[in-house]
Design a protein around this ligand. Structure first.
Ligand code: DQA
Length: 140
């Protein structure tokens, strides 16, 4: 049973709750994260958010050899970052790609992902519940 799960959020996800609430909902991630921790008391979570590509890569390197699984929402970098895709290949921990919105129901540029080919799985379009499903996929 995995006990250590890292959540990594990319650019603009610090604004969850106020950013385009019609797409991303009205709840802040801090609030949601508290609920998630309460729901899975057996799991030790870490949380990291950055708007900077290299910092996301550094965090993948930092947790990628010592954690049981990573939930990664690389946000806009999903669609552009060869570097984040390569970082996933370079680490040991399985990565679950997470998206709040259904990226396949949105603009064409959101259909491309540098994460998916290197991820263990992909959870898309369930709102913040996508993260909960990601945890369940690792602990189940
Ligand atoms: C997102 C989808 C991306 O296309 C977008 O750039 C984001 C958030 C999501 O969780 O739905 O910032 O990753």
């Amino acid at each position: 049973m995995p006990s250590k799960i890292a959540i990594i959020n990319g650019p603009n996800l610090n604004l969850l709750g106020t950013r385009e609430p019609n797409i991303y909902g009205a709840q802040t991630f801090a609030d949601y994260y508290e609920q998630l921790q309460a729901e899975f008391p057996e799991v030790t979570f870490s949380y990291f958010q950055s708007n900077i590509e290299g910092e996301l890569i550094d965090e993948l390197h930092r947790v990628g050899f010592s954690t049981d699984g990573i939930l990664l929402n690389a946000a806009a970098y999903t669609h552009t970052s060869v570097g984040i895709g390569d970082a996933i290949k370079a680490i040991d921990a399985p990565v679950i790609e997470i998206h709040i919105s259904n990226t396949f129901a949105r603009e064409d540029f959101r259909h491309q992902s540098y994460i998916t080919p290197n991820a263990k799985g992909l959870i898309v379009g369930f709102g913040l519940n996508s993260y909960r499903l990601g945890v369940q996929s690792l602990v189940g």
